[in-house]
Write a protein that binds this ligand. Structure first.
Ligand SMILES: Nc1ncnc2c1ncn2[C@@H]1O[C@H](COP(=O)(O)OP(=O)(O)OP(=O)(O)O)[C@@H](O)[C@H]1O
Ligand SMILES: [Mg+2]
Length: 936
């Protein structure tokens, strides 16, 4: 929100100030003694704050054109609002009645508590911002809070920049405020909307990069958590404001919004539904809004003005004085109804010196010269800039800084006498090419329109541009530590434009790492990619390789977070980073790369490659005698061996990982930044390994331990991951009730904390359990939608196959099983292989293919025995035993199943053991009779 100017403040700041000190003095002579007389630019600045009396136009010595002047009569009754101020300098609002009616209708709905979003789109200069401002003027008398957010092309990769800027303005930070003063102002601002300021202030302070010193306890959050809580706090703050009084919000130029802001807008669209909020989002046609079609979202597409409207706009710009018909005609034709162009072209024509003014209006000096009226907006803006020749340079320097530039930065770059600088800026203001907020040295200028800035910028020669960008970058470096610390990407951009590649690369890296540390992953990827691109322009050298590695070390985790490990892009990044590792790479660097490479391979079911990376970690751990690295190496090795069906070795490695963790709590904790907690993950994997080795109770105990430790650590991702991992026991035939409970909790937890991967896995488990418990159709749907990674595909296919068999479609099931068995061959993912053959046997039996079925079941037994997977062996033996039972081969069946069952020492409550026991009982009786019969 732009703070309201207090009336007193406005009086002090603006009313007595003329355009330039000179002009002020000359104007003063026009009024009666004691009155204050102002000219056009001051009138614009003070806007509706004062009642003004029109003094008409006056010749002023030293100034070519007659000057319009007003006498100040007193403070007006209208609300003093920034927009009222700003609007007064513009031509009156023209046309667009339907659009205003539409907005007013939405506003009424919104004020009743049915929050509304209106998407306003249209080409540059068509009047989107003006429409939003016009609505604000219309409802100025109704109590409400006005919130304004502005995106800019220079910040489209700076996370939450529009929100940060809004907060800074609303809190009225000053350049020389100390951190303490800023925190005080921030707390005062937050108190308006928040119920517990102390709870959210640390998050806001971090967002605004204000060092909070001792005032708040450290945040101690992971970047992801911090990001999520910040978004939540922003939303809550907003809701708090909305509960006090209705809000009119405009979010301008969404096409330039950064990814995090877009995410926040998504959440806002949701949140406002039951709040008295009217939110206007403006953007150019290239942006495709994701919110179209939602119930509380309306759309307005602004078209060009018609001839009448254009003519009235021209008339407003000329102050009601008529233009020669042929000039008006040309304006109408050339501008084709674009209001910005109409304004600019009319001004360009007035300033061109081809018209003279008389009592009737303007008339041509002579015949209209052929090129007197510029044909494009660009030309017309250029013509106006050129006419401001002496101060044009200041405008150009401003344009090199950006659409907005602060007085302090401009002054530092220009290094010119202050009076001359202020004078130049005042002239730019008077020409309405720039607008100003605040007073120098706090003042911030913005170009009237992005196209004005572009025109000024494009009028610079390339060499001059480079020189300016270099000056700006160096000035920022030397004198603006705040900008360097909080937005290194700005410095990076100027260095890039300056062609100073080395410095640019360093700042992009800083920007990337900063974004990564704030979990602004999308932005991080963009910064890092820019830097990498620049490294490619350097001559190959060991230093370049080193720099590239630095980029890849940050890019990997950022990509993994945005795309997930299983996608080709992060995988490529990590593989490339692995190639870049050199002898001088630190252990941490090597581990960052290996960690990513491991997960990327593992998620893609490239188990052999994953195992190789895991072993490399083990070797590194041993070489550096680093327990953290060794624990991770053992966990990775154990995990992959488990996938590959080498359960005995898997168990050894997982237990080794746990022993290392237990003995080195301190070191291990520092490795948590690699995503997950080793101890928890090792326990969760050990739970499945133990189950398959035939220890259901130890497995359940490990699972419970994993869950309670994850809860103790309290990191959202770790908890979600662990819950879904232990729920996975259900898909291996572990306790279905417990698995269902874990899966449900995992999904709720994931939804609450915005975690994606584990939610998919848990949903798969739900599907598999549902298919077993009698709803195979729905189970298949759930499972199909949840299969996202290549990892565990063998098991996924197996469950879908089995559900199809339950639906009476054994052929479909068999096809899927063939695919699964082949996948197991190709990927070496063998932990579910025995079960695949067993299922195959079962399905063939229903088709009456006894011979083939029996071969399948025997194969299942062999695999299970080789893997020492007693759990699978028991299930295969039970199925084969039942088949033999049905064939009357009781004795064979009994002798097959008895030793397998007899091996078990725990878990007698588990269904597979109960099934086996029941079958054995039956077989014992039957085979007893059979032996009897044979003897007789
Ligand atoms: N209906 C109108 N009546 C009077 N002036 C208008 C009208 N529409 C637009 N203008 C003027 O035209 C200029 C451009 O309008 P505005 O800045 O709103 O365009 P925009 O669509 O927001 O462009 P951008 O996409 O670049 O932000 C402004 O100076 C504005 O005051
Ligand atoms: Mg706009």
């Amino acid at each position: 929100m732009i703070g309201d100017l207090s009336r007193e403040g406005a009086l002090r700041e603006h009313a007595v100030v003329g355009e330039t000190p000179n002009l002020a003095a000359r104007l003063q002579a026009l009024g009666e003694p004691g009155t204050i007389v102002v000219a056009a630019s001051t009138r614009r600045l003070i806007g509706d704050l004062f009642r003004l009396r029109d003094l008409g136009r006056h010749e002023v010595r030293g100034i070519a054109e007659p000057i319009a002047a007003w006498a100040v009569e007193g403070v007006s009754a209208s609300e003093s609002r920034f927009e009222a101020v700003r609007a007064a300098g513009l031509t009156d609002f023209i046309g667009r009645e339907d659009e205003i009616d539409f907005l007013l209708e939405r506003q009424r709905l919104a004020w009743k508590g049915e929050g509304q979003i209106v998407l306003i789109s249209g080409e540059p200069g068509i009047g989107k911002s003006r429409l939003a401002a016009a609505l604000a003027e219309r409802i100025v008398g109704e109590p409400h809070t006005r919130l304004r957010y502005q995106c800019s092309p220079y910040h489209s990769n700076s996370a939450l920049r529009p929100f940060i800027a809004q907060l800074e303005r609303a809190a009225a930070f000053k350049a020389d405020d100390t951190s303490e003063q800023r925190l005080d102002k921030l707390e005062a601002l937050l108190a308006i909307g928040a119920s517990r300021v102390e709870a959210v202030a640390p998050l806001f302070a971090a967002l605004l990069s204000i060092p909070s010193g001792e005032r708040y306890p450290p945040l101690a959050l992971s970047p992801t958590q911090q990001r999520r809580r910040t978004l939540a706090a922003l939303l809550d703050q907003f809701e708090g404001l909305a509960r006090r009084q209705p809000i009119l919000l405009s979010f301008e130029d969404v096409h330039w919004a950064d990814a995090t802001s877009l995410e926040l807008l998504d959440l806002t669209v949701e949140r406002v539904r039951q709040l008295p909020v009217l939110a206007l989002f403006t953007f150019r046609p290239e942006f495709e809004p994701p919110w179209v079609g939602l119930p509380n979202v309306g759309t307005l597409t602004l078209g060009r003005l018609d001839r009448n409207d254009v003519e009235s706009m021209v008339a407003r710009v000329t102050g009601g004085r008529a233009l020669p018909a042929e000039v008006t005609e040309q304006i109408v034709v050339k501008t084709d109804g674009n209001p910005l162009f109409v304004e600019e072209l009319t001004k360009a024509v007035l300033e061109a010196g081809i018209l003279v003014e008389d009592a009737e209006g303007y008339r041509l000096n002579g015949p209209l010269p052929p090129l007197a009226i510029p044909a494009t907006l660009q030309d017309s803006l250029m013509a106006r800039l050129d006419r401001l020749a002496p101060v044009k340079e200041i405008g150009q320097i401003g344009a090199a800084i950006g659409r907005e530039f602060s007085y302090s930065l401009l002054r530092a770059v220009v290094r010119r006498d202050e009076t001359a600088l202020k004078d130049a800026l005042a002239q730019l203001e008077e020409a309405e090419l720039v607008f100003r907020r605040g007073e120098p040295p706090e003042a911030v200028y913005s170009f009237k329109h992005a196209l004005v800035r572009d025109a000024a910028y494009e009028s610079l020669l390339k060499s001059r541009r480079q020189q300016l960008h270099s000056q700006i970058a160096r000035t920022l470096e030397e004198r603006f530590p705040d900008v360097v610390a909080s937005e290194p990407e700005i410095v990076a951009r100027h260095f890039t434009e300056a062609g100073l590649v080395d410095s640019a690369i360093n700042y992009w890296l800083r920007a990337g790492n900063l974004a990564l540390s704030r979990s602004a992953n999308v932005e991080a990827v963009k910064h890092l990619r820019q830097g990498i691109e620049l490294t490619q322009s350097q001559a190959p050298s060991p230093q370049r390789v080193r720099k590239e590695l630095d980029f890849y070390l940050a890019l990997g985790p950022a990509m993994a977070a945005t795309e997930g490990f299983a996608r080709p892009e992060p995988w490529r990044v990590f593989s490339h980073a692995r190639d870049l590792l050199g002898n001088d790479s630190t252990l941490t660097e090597q581990m960052t790369v290996l960690w990513g490479a491991y997960l990327a391979h593992s998620m893609r079911a490239e188990h052999i490659a994953a195992l190789e990376v895991a072993r490399q970690c083990l070797a590194l751990g041993a070489h550096h005698e680093h327990p953290g690295v060794s624990a991770l190496g053992n966990r990775f090795t154990g995990q992959t061996l488990n996938f590959m069906g080498a359960f005995v070795d898997a168990r050894l490695h997982l237990e080794q990982a746990l022993a290392l963790c237990a003995a080195n709590q301190e070191t291990i904790a520092s490795y948590r930044r690699f995503g997950t907690d080793d101890q928890v993950t090792a326990l969760a994997f050990l739970a499945s390994t133990l189950l398959l080795l035939g220890y259901p109770e130890q497995s359940a105990a490990a699972a419970e331990q994993a869950v309670s430790r994850a809860r103790a650590i309290g990191l959202a991702f770790t908890i979600s991951m662990t819950l879904s991992q232990v729920a996975f026991l259900g898909t291996l035939g572990g306790d279905p009730q417990r698995a269902a409970a874990h899966a449900d909790e995992a999904i709720t937890h994931c939804a609450k904390h915005g975690v994606a991967d584990p939610a998919h896995r848990a949903r798969f488990t739900q599907g598999a359990l549902l298919a077993r418990s009698g709803d195979p159709q729905r189970g298949i749907e759930l499972m199909r939608n949840a299969i996202v990674a290549a990892e565990r595909r063998t098991m996924y296919l197996g469950h879908v196959a089995s559900a199809h068999a339950s639906l009476g479609q054994p052929e479909v099931g068999l096809d899927l099983l063939d695919e699964a068995i082949q996948t197991a061959e190709v990927t070496s993912e063998k932990f579910f292989e025995a079960e695949l053959y067993r299922l195959r046997g079962e399905m063939l039996l229903t088709l009456g293919k006894r011979g083939e079925a029996e071969a399948g079941l025997r194969r299942a037994l062999t695999i299970a025995q080789q893997q020492q997977a007693r759990w699978w062996e028991l299930r295969a033996a039970t199925t084969l035993g039942k088949h033999w039972h049905d064939e009357g081969k009781y004795l064979e069946a009994y002798s097959l199943l008895q030793p397998v069952y007899g091996w078990f020492v725990e878990g007698f409550d588990a269904t597979p053991l109960k099934d086996a026991k029941a079958l054995l009982g039956e077989l014992r009786d039957l085979s007893g009779t059979q032996t009897q019969a044979r003897r007789e």
